[in-house]
Ligand binder design. Structure first.
Ligand code: 6GU
Length: 225
């Protein structure tokens, strides 16, 4: 998979890709991540990437021209399956959307900044609009990092234990069950006995029951469909 990220703040976005699982995925060439500084595509002498909005009102709007230049250049080099725009008024990210995106070969992620992009960018280029929740961030960069992390860990070979992503919370619309490791007793608090039984079908059943119970208590909305 190849991910091209268009942003006015590449430096804000780079560090999550320089540690742990994302770093290893890039090193193993399971994913390529490229950053494009929108300012490099500015067309005037001031390197402008934004301007005042028509009709008045507070806040700047990202210009269509630098974005068009950047996206057109990329599209001239290869086919893209999606152009994703990170915006608080997009569709709220969930595991289902993340799974779908992870199946793509090449995607562009456009990070919104200031008040966002000129509407014509959305109309002309964007194929998917994503929000990471009902709160406002200063820009789409941190949201793009969240999306990339959630997507990249699903690419086959990225996680050490191949089954690990399948047992995550949300993967089957259930939260994950409680987990334990050493010591067996800590300050008098014990680990559930079943986990030492060696009876793996029973352990699996216990985990499913716990996952269901936890979901019912914390996120009953997930059980509705
Ligand atoms: Cl994608 N962008 C911004 N600026 N704020 C957000 C968001 C995105 N998702 C939630 N809040």
């Amino acid at each position: 998979m190849r991910i091209d990220i268009i942003t006015v703040l590449p430096e804000l976005l780079k560090s999550p890709f320089e540690a742990s699982i994302l770093k290893r995925a890039i090193e193993a060439q399971l994913v390529e991540v490229h950053f494009h500084n929108l300012r490099d595509y500015a067309t005037d002498n001031y390197k402008s990437v934004d301007d005042y909005q028509f009709g008045g009102g507070a806040g700047m709007v990202m210009l269509i021209e630098p974005i068009d230049k950047c996206i057109s250049k990329l599209k001239g080099e290869r086919h893209y399956d999606e152009v994703i725009y990170m915006t608080p008024d997009g569709e709220q990210l969930n595991q289902g959307i993340t799974n779908q995106i992870s199946l793509n070969e090449n995607i562009i992620i456009l990070c919104g900044h200031y008040k966002g992009v000129d509407q014509r960018v959305r109309d002309m280029f964007v194929t998917k609009e994503i929000s990471i929740g009902d709160y406002v961030l200063s820009g789409g960069e941190l949201a793009a990092a969240v999306l990339c992390d959630a997507v990249i860990r699903l690419i086959p070979g990225v996680l050490g234990n191949e089954t690990s992503a399948l047992t995550d919370s949300f993967q089957d619309n259930l939260l994950a069950p409680p987990i334990y490791t050493r010591p067996r007793i800590y300050k008098g608090i014990t680990v559930p006995e079943i986990l030492f039984s060696g009876n793996f079908p029973e352990i699996e059943k216990w985990r499913e029951d716990q996952a269901y119970k936890r979901t019912q208590e914390r996120r009953p909305d997930l059980l509705k469909d």
